[in-house]
Design a protein around this ligand. Structure first.
Ligand SMILES: Cc1cc2nc3c(=O)[nH]c(=O)nc-3n(C[C@H](O)[C@H](O)[C@H](O)COP(=O)(O)OP(=O)(O)OC[C@H]3O[C@@H](n4cnc5c(N)ncnc54)[C@H](O)[C@@H]3O)c2cc1C
Length: 425
């Protein structure tokens, strides 16, 4: 266990509850602005469960600003293409040329092991002097006259001018402040990260991110750790989702879900980890993330279905936006105290709407990916007709993170007819 109660002398400016990717990246962003930050994590050690994670240019741009992009690059892989295929017949439906995408947005598309990304932020926090405390489970939140207070399971309490709740999908803060429920998509995800040798004979594309979309299922593959490892995610609709069983989506359902799929997909299924799986849950978007001096961030504020691969990225963006506004309002090395309320209002004004779009678009993509019968064929025809260099679907997400609602790009930016492929519109 990390040291017990802090003395008033080490009072933090900001308490961050939760040491996941959202909590640590935000703590680092705030510490960069000169704020004294304390992270309270309930687990005995900092860490991440799971396999790979995709980082689009709207995230690698922030990593670059933080001075962390080279380190991330050395740990991850820059794939060549992102390819979507039909899971039944393996035919290509559409692709993004990721070298061209990097030219357009100025920053790369990267895939990286989750634990490597998490460890990178943990090291950055340590270097920046963030106070990192484990074995601290927060059970309650209150606003006070000068800020906010968190109550811990051990009976102690901590107070700061600002408390950020980055405590994930099942956030205690969200339950206390909003009181809504998670929404089940009836889908479940299995993951695996295996040595590349184990998949070489399966017809995999070692340098691409490939998404196979099929009836009520999809399968994702990409390389990790310089290409030495290979990441796989298998997602399917559980026939037992409405059975009332708590652990629906068990391994006995996995093989059946992918039975009729193409060779490469079927060959990948036996490699999936079978001792754990993730039920795909999200929440309906809400308008209010800031309650006095308590702010929700990351999955606590906007847990998405993972189909746009933006959940962790949105959390990283949240921290960057909040830190920029706090820095601009007097935070940082500046002598004046930040204008906490103005910064929180600015954070909420821009992030809520962007994240709502991602959450609702992710739900729609899930429906599109999992079509069967005639709708599947119609989807395939539309996707095949897409020009590889049409960025109308990605500009609003992969472009620079907006600091104000005015900077937020339109949902589908039209591409001027006279712009050559690869040139910014
Ligand atoms: C299959 C799958 C694939 C995904 N792929 C991608 C992808 O490619 N790209 C992407 O950007 N996103 C992806 N995501 C989404 C991403 O994983 C999440 O959005 C992201 O990890 C959320 O980070 P967070 O820090 O907000 O929450 P979490 O990671 O849940 O962290 C919350 C932290 O808070 C701690 N905590 C919880 N309660 C308390 C408490 N009461 N007191 C103290 N500490 C507490 C927890 O222990 C944990 O450390 C994917 C998700 C899934 C399921």
């Amino acid at each position: 266990m990390t040291p017990a109660k802090p003395t008033p002398a080490d009072r933090a400016d900001v308490i961050v509850v939760g040491g996941g990717i959202g909590g640590l990246s935000s703590a680092f962003a705030l510490a960069r602005k000169g704020l004294r930050v304390r992270v309270l994590e309930r687990a005995k050690e900092f860490g991440e469960v799971g396999a790979g994670i995709q980082l689009a240019p709207n995230c690698t741009r922030i990593l670059d600003e933080y001075g962390l992009l080279d380190e991330a690059r050395s740990l991850g892989v820059l794939p060549e293409n992102m390819v979507m295929r039909d899971a039944l017949d393996a035919r290509e439906l559409t692709r993004l040329d990721l070298a061209d995408l990097e030219r357009r947005y100025g920053y790369p598309y990267m895939v990286i092991h989750r634990s490597d990304l998490h460890a990178l932020f943990l090291r950055a926090c340590r270097r920046a002097g963030v106070d990192l405390l484990t074995d601290r489970k927060v059970v309650g939140y209150d606003n006070t006259a000068t800020g906010a207070r968190v109550r811990l399971e051990d009976g102690s309490a901590e107070e700061a001018p600002l408390v950020i709740a980055a405590d994930g999908l099942h956030s205690v803060a969200r339950r206390a402040l909003i009181g809504d429920h998670v929404v089940s998509s009836r889908y479940v995800a299995y993951r695996a990260a295996v040595p590349i040798d184990q998949v070489r004979e399966n017809g995999v594309a070692e340098k691409d991110v490939v998404v196979y979309v099929g009836p009520r299922c999809h399968f994702v593959q990409y390389p990790l750790r310089g290409g030495e490892m290979f990441n796989q995610v298998a997602v399917f609709e559980s026939p037992a989702a409405d059975s009332g069983a708590e652990k629906w989506g068990g391994p006995e359902e996995l093989d059946a879900a992918f039975e009729g799929m193409c060779d490469t997909v079927r060959k990948g299924i036996p490699l999936m980890w079978r001792d754990r799986w993730w039920q795909m849950l999200d929440r309906d978007p809400v308008d209010t993330w800031v309650h006095g001096r308590i702010a929700l961030l990351g999955d606590a504020a906007h847990p998405p279905l993972q189909y746009m691969a933006q959940g962790a990225i949105m959390a990283i963006e949240d921290g960057w936006v909040l830190a920029e506004h706090l820095g601009a309002s007097g935070g940082g090395a500046a002598a004046a105290a930040p204008d906490w309320d103005a910064a929180l209002a600015a954070y909420e004004a821009v992030r809520v709407e962007h994240c709502r779009r991602v959450q609702t678009t992710a739900r729609a993509w899930g429906e599109l990916w999992h079509l069967d019968g005639v709708p599947r064929q119609q989807r395939n025809a539309i996707m095949r007709a897409r020009d590889t260099h049409d960025y109308g679907f990605t500009d609003w997400v992969y472009g620079p993170t907006a600091l104000t609602p005015e900077e937020e790009p339109a949902m589908f930016t039209p591409i001027p007819l006279d712009s050559a492929p690869g040139e910014p519109a």
